[in-house]
Design a protein. Structure first.
Lengths: 303, 156
């Protein structure tokens, strides 16, 4: 049987998404299962990522699997000059599954070609982070009861933010999504994604500030506006406070609206939002564990 | 001297008995074409000229290869850098067939990905692109998924 990988969100069909989301709900009800007993998972983090690594390792532990690996390239043979090719070849002789994060784009696709065992992409540079997208979808499904007819407001860095790009592509598989993009001009949604939506006949609107747009949203997806993305620091100073979500801005939002954020948050969501029932980002992170259990089970045909 | 006589005399100098003439190559890309087709490894006679006058290109290069015939897949590799190249297939000093090059659907191992953070620019990997537009040329990298546009194309 052909091995399954998860490298790019577009490798999967709508049926795959639905199957994984159904499994995620199952693992939320029954998080501790011994499905990975006797299996070894390689967790290869060529660059540090506390949240994603801990989420994956929790998922593997809850499934009863054992973990080998490293949490930054400095403690691996990469520091001795070993190529990615050789590292992956070696590890694929040891383990049953590879979970990898790497700073270079396309590294996971390449690893999946080199490896005899399945590879899950836990982030390859600014390219793809498909498990984040699936957990975002699971969070939307859980809070809205459906993935159809969802109005999503995406806020912040829409140019470099890979999570918003992948979420946009995945949600476009479902009925009648509406997108509102709120970003400074420097960080606007790239043309290629707008073209993608146009070709699919999907509605989108662009704004440069958070205003009453969010009152129509079912999901407000916040991202961080990073200083280092700006050529001109003055431009950053001008916009940095425009994209901060505060509790008093949520008064007229829909009762079912939920705020998502891939985390880590810096200051783009004021802490006074945290106690609002519409703040969903910490539950979203917890959903990540169930979703990753589901992805592993799907890829290894455990369930 | 009439034009046709001039042409004949000119041809006589470098005419080949059997083989392929690749014409209308942009002069600046002559050596890239040689390299892509691996002509440096041939043992048969090769003559080439560059900086020749051309109505179409201003300046063109031409390569004449004795006893060499190309498959489409092979010759289409040069379409990325010699869009208007024309092939004349010669048998017994006569042109028996004319062909043009076509941009293929996949480009493997010729072009560099423009993205410096792509794994193919950091490790010894054969590049692999899907052609998503032929004119202007847009190549989507199989690895980093970024698009290399026509004006960014560099040969590996």
């Amino acid at each position: 049987m052909k091995k399954k990988d998860l490298i790019s969100i577009t490798d999967y069909s709508k049926e795959d998404y639905l199957r994984i989301l159904e499994l995620a709900a199952y693992f939320e009800r029954n998080p501790n299962q011994r499905l990975l007993q006797g299996k070894v998972v390689a967790s290869l983090f060529f660059e540090p990522s506390t949240r994603t690594r801990l989420s994956f390792e929790t998922a593997i532990n809850r499934l009863g699997g054992r973990i080998i690996g490293f949490s930054d390239a400095g403690s691996s043979s990469v520091s001795k000059g070993e190529t990615l090719h050789d590292t992956i070849k070696m590890v694929s002789n040891y383990a049953d599954l590879i979970v990898m994060r790497h700073p270079l784009e396309g590294s996971s696709r390449y690893a999946s070609e080199v490896s005899d065992i399945p590879v899950i992409n836990a982030g390859d540079g600014a390219n793809q982070h498909p498990t984040q997208t699936l957990l975002d979808m699971y969070s939307i499904l859980k809070t809205q009861g459906t993935l159809d007819n969802i109005n999503i407001c995406m806020v912040g860095d829409l140019k470099y933010g890979r999570t918003v790009h992948s979420l946009l592509m995945a949600m476009s598989e479902f009925k009648n999504p509406v997108f509102n993009f709120i970003a400074p001009d420097e960080l606007a949604m790239p043309e290629e994604y707008k073209l993608f939506l146009k070709e699919k006949g999907i509605k989108y609107y662009e704004h440069t500030e958070i205003n009453e747009n969010i009152n129509y949203a079912d999901i407000v997806y916040m991202t961080r506006v990073q200083k280092e993305r700006f050529m001109d620091p003055i431009e950053y100073e001008k916009v940095k406070n425009v994209y901060i979500l505060k509790n008093n801005m949520l008064k007229n939002t829909k009762f079912n609206m939920r705020i998502l954020h891939p985390l880590p948050r810096v200051n783009e969501i004021h802490t006074d939002v945290d106690n609002n029932e519409k703040a969903y980002y910490f539950e979203q992170a917890r959903n990540g564990v169930y979703t990753r259990e589901a992805i592993i089970a799907h890829i290894l045909n455990l369930k | 001297m009439s034009d046709s006589l001039k042409k004949k005399l000119k041809l006589k100098v470098s005419a080949i008995n059997n083989g392929t003439v690749i014409d209308h190559i942009p002069s600046e890309n002559l050596f890239k074409v040689i390299s892509i087709l691996g002509l440096q490894n041939l043992k048969t006679q090769i003559t080439f000229g560059a900086n020749l006058e051309s109505d179409k290109l201003g300046s063109k290069a031409i390569i004449k290869l004795s006893d060499v015939f190309f498959e489409d897949d092979e010759i289409n590799k040069i379409s990325l850098i010699a869009r208007n190249a024309k092939l004349n297939i010669i048998r017994d000093y006569e042109v028996v067939e004319k062909r043009v090059v076509e941009v293929p659907d996949k480009v493997i191992g010729i072009v560099k990905c423009f993205n410096p953070k792509c794994i193919t620019n950091n490790e010894d990997i054969t590049t692999h692109f899907t052609v998503i537009s032929k004119s202007p040329l847009d190549l989507k990298c199989k690895y980093c998924e970024k698009i290399t546009h026509e004006d960014q194309i560099a040969i590996k």
